[in-house]
Design a binder for this molecule. Sequence first.
Ligand SMILES: [Fe+2]
Length: 278
Amino acid sequence: MIVQGRSNAGLEHGVAAGATSTHEHERFVDVHCHCLPNVDDGPQSLEESLALCRALVEDNIGLVVATPHQLGRFETRTDAQRICDGVQRLNRELSRRGLNLTVLGGAEVRLDERICTLLANGEILTLANQRRHVLLELPHDVFIDVEPLLHALAAAGITAILAHPERNASLLRHPHALSRWLAYGVHLQLTAGSVVGSFGGQAKEAARELLARGWVDIVASDAHDTREGRPYMKEAFAGIREEFDPELAHLLCIENPLRVTNGQRLIPARSHAAQEAR
Ligand SMILES: [Fe+2]
């Protein structure tokens, strides 16, 4: 059975829906994480997967969307049913061990001309299976204008969330295109580690620049295993609080990710900044 995105999913995990202040007891929602075992370049065993899940819990994450790579080099390995079965199995293992974490289904989808057709067929997954947001991974080596895809997705009622633009050199060379896509309603997702420098100075600088422009609507771990370090959500949250604004940190690490899992429209950081200025 597919673990469907459920309304008010976060309320069951100490995440306060619609809250705007930052409270210690609130837990993060991570909408980009390779936590399923034996499907992609994430954990290669159940034990590795559980170690990653423990790290998520230690990082104060209560709800995570499993986003194995779909299309691209993992096309033959990660079909939708395999992901959904894996989510169900991992939730069973987590509850058996008393780990306070819930996993929802999803995918990180490599740019591909078949995306709309495959979404319609249910062969690739939206985040939390809500048919509202698709997490899109663009090629790093070549720039492709995704405006036609954004139009086609919008016609199907689906909004793209671009994964880690701060780590995509070809995208950073085209800020005007990025700005145009934002006007079409695309959302940008930063990797938490980039905010704190775990992907190097260039990614950290790009992350800060995108945050300063108000272009980032969501922060997620993109964690693959425990070898590469922590998921860094706590550190990214604290960094954004200190360098920018506590309300923005809450929006990017708790409120908007929770909205993704509930299939709700995100609050753009740009409109949040405009409200602050009034
Ligand atoms: Fe990823």
